[in-house]
Design a protein around this ligand. Sequence first.
Ligand SMILES: Nc1nc2c(c(=O)[nH]1)N[C@@H](CN(C=O)c1ccc(C(=O)N[C@@H](CCC(=O)O)C(=O)O)cc1)CN2
Length: 286
Amino acid sequence: MTATVLDGKATAAAIREDLRARVKALANRGRVPGLGTVLVGDDPGSRAYVDGKHRDCAEVGIASIRRDLPADATQQQVDEVVAELNADPACHGYIVQLPLPSQIDTQRVLEAVDPDKDADGLHPVNLGRLVLGYDGPLPCTPRGIVELLRRYDVPLRGANVTVIGRGTTVGRPLGLLLTRRSENATVTLCHTGTRDLAAHTRSADIVVAAAGVPGVLTADMIRPGAVIIDVGITRVVGEDGKGVYTGDVAPDVAEVAAALAPVPGGIGPMTRAMLLTNVVERAERL
Ligand SMILES: Nc1nc2c(c(=O)[nH]1)N[C@@H](CN(C=O)c1ccc(C(=O)N[C@@H](CCC(=O)O)C(=O)O)cc1)CN2
């Protein structure tokens, strides 16, 4: 068996196309959605991700609001930029690119973001809304996973889903999303304290690998015909000495799985598309 590729790149492009039409409709009502980014420091990876978000905005017609601060920025400077974006009516949603430099208190910054402008959907208020089943911006990566599965007609209702990784951006909120009544999956959340990981992955219809450990999921750990979602993205040095992205899923998994969302080209592009979606939805609601 060679797994069908769940193509996040193509799916994200289709979503951006739909968003373009919605942004046009908003423009006809005199409203231009705006996405803000806050980047602190000069980490090339973070800069590339932020550049990508602004390229996406330009493609869809969303206005970009970019605030870049130096690596030695103070807590006060970051707090001021957050306060400015909270107050800016042209900014419908924004993100603070993570990780932040060590002198910055990340929790304090993220909690200062206006929850209604939290385009990442990761503010404690929004995670609380998710727990309670209230409306609010959904975390982009979990939302992207559910959307990709939906568009490929992978059934979730009653499915056994094993998630590897309990991080706050993917694993934990994904468990909440998948167990809503609208999805109705049964979720097993595995982590470093899990005793027999393979026993949990082998019994799953769908496995989501979000541990950030390259190759943690191998072919012998899955049921033939399972659907596999790779979320772990680690930059490693390839044989040619150049940097390449590798996922949590070993290459041999594609020989056993029915379908696979790969790294790169799977959930990463979907995450970016969901960020734009959160901003457009907020502009539509106002
Ligand atoms: N505030 C946030 N910070 C960070 C997040 C986040 O969701 N919110 N996630 C990561 C970085 N990230 C988005 O910011 C991100 C990482 C990777 C991709 C992506 O599309 N990856 C590609 C491969 C890389 C490429 O080709 O550029 C893929 O998987 O195909 C999107 C977003 C940490 N910080």
